[in-house]
Design a protein around this ligand. Sequence first.
Ligand code: GLA
Ligand code: ZN
Length: 698
Amino acid sequence: MKISDHLLFGGDYNPEQWMDEPGILDEDLRLMKKAGINVVSLGIFAWAEEEPEEGHYDLDWLEEIIGRLYQNGISTILATPSGARPRWLAEKYPEVLRVDAYGRRQKFGERENHCMTSPLYREKVRLIDRKLAERFGKNPAVILWHISNEYNGECHCPLCQDAFRKYVKNKYRTVDALNHAWWTKFWSHTYRSFDEVESPSPIGEGSVQGLSLDWRRYTSDQETDFMKAEISALREGGATQPVTTNMMYNFDGINYASMAEVVDVISWDSYPEWYGDDIFLEMEKHSFCHDYMRCLKDQSFLLMESCPGGTNWQPYSRLKEPGLLSNEGMNAISHGADSVQYFQIREGRGSFEKLHGALIDHTGRDDTRTFLEASRIGASLNALPELAGTFSSSRAALFYDIENRWALDLSAGPRNENNGYMDLLQDFYHAFRRAAVNVDVIDETHDLSGYKVVAAPMLYMFRADVEKRLRKFAEDGGTLILTFWSGLVDENDLLFLGDKPHGLTDAAGLRFGEIDTFPDHRRNCMVPASADPSAPGFCLRETSSFRYCELDHLDGAEPLMVYGKDFYRGRCAFTLNHFGKGRVYYLSTWPERGWLCDMVKELLREQDIESLVDDLPEKVAVSERQNTHSRYLFLQNFGESEKQIRLPASLRKTDSPKPVRIYTSGAHGMEPDCGQLPVDAAAPVEIAPMSTMILKIS
Ligand code: GLA
Ligand code: ZN
């Protein structure tokens, strides 16, 4: 759903920390307006001010602030405060405090650490949420509810143990079924009744992987269930606005695909680590997450938090060079965000986040480097309201499945020193992005229609009948890319009996034999299987291979590359099998990035997926959004020098000239509509260092 008819620009604002500073709100309003802020998130951690004592609510101050903001053109995203409870609540009802995996009850403190099962906590949260809804549920200033904050973590208290037992009982029905699914005869760990089930613990059970996997599922479902209860409380109180919750980067504690089903809008918090060596690749990791977030509901999402300055909880608070803040925000927009929001608007004076980057720092000035660059971003976003709700269309998809990740992480072997799942995904993602196409990031349950190329790296666990859908996808004419360590286990992490990849051996034209794994520094290599000059270029040169070497048995597939070393020299390493109307490629090992890029590019070309630009220069990213009448091509230069980009022939044709408008942004802000592109020109477009150019093609 489209939450606004313009792009949102703003961030977390904590006026409750400033109640005793007269005039601060007036000053903040002046500064926010100056920066082009049109939305703030309020009340995320304000429970102690909203309900200072049990049952005594004080929401007048909040109403006044929401009203003042609105009069100044600033809407509110209003939070439920369940992320951090007031002291009175924890003292009076200790059951709301979490118990860790060692069985220790936590003391009051910190945040996002409540028991998500406690009926008492749920009741207290319901009451405050309902009060907020009664007061603000129809207030036009409040455009969205921000449910809690970054749900995460687990609780091992007796209430949660009980809830977990109910969860597994409901799932397996009989204790025999549970014993079978969890393979508990191993080490004599058989359960005699559901009452004996306990959460995994470093001082208890840690080797029954089915138990650990179900515990993760339960924890994730319990967080989602807690959130559902919060949403019901808001609805009970009469709230009519849509709801969201802020998700996190690379977070493996929750199945966001399930959580996505109960919110109206996806939002997430992105904090790239700019202190590393390669800004471009760091941005690409967050682009991957943007694409994942967009695909959770297949609609535009919100960038709920990002850092305007140095991020104080990272090992180093690296400053952003001029233009980077703008490129970071525009990167989110280019991948489907309808907002750029910051943590935080005003920097606090004390406690943990006093040195966290903010729009307004302790000087209170409006001429700091951060304030000036952020204001330019505000102006740019406010100049492009039409981008709100535009969609991203991809013919290619990359699988990232959280349950597969859990299963890989929990499993002992075959490579315990970083199984590399996320790194391999990033390599594939990089290959798609370098081929200059939009790519969706989807999980095993996602619909595959509309795609022509699907890559499913290291899909160790097959669930939700994925093998059937992948087969059909290939049979109907798609290109499917599978890799080593695929189709080994079912959804309980039990190995399939028989040939693997399960259900896909005929589609892949091979079967799994053995797998060799080794440390990062060691290499094997892939060499061309034949000297056939008609083979695609990338299959004609040798390349290193890393970490995993699977020894597969050919059963109909054509070997394109074979191993070059070790006792398995000459065995297939990369194959093609024609299956139905489509093709299945199988990569038995982990190749170099450059080779993978060439491979993906070639397979996209085979399927006639047109690149968004010809020959993407180094350190330049490209993506596209569109609506029914226009396409918006985002070109982002993260490099230090000017780059030239050739648009594809379809945009350069002289016989069908297309009006193109150009917007550029960077350290000096966006200059809207700064020119008409000479549509017939073979001349490349020039893009300045550390800047974004948007081409609107109608
Ligand atoms: C998280 C939280 C915010 C804030 C920021 C700081 O994303 O949601 O409340 O603590 O981190 O980077
Ligand atoms: Zn608990």
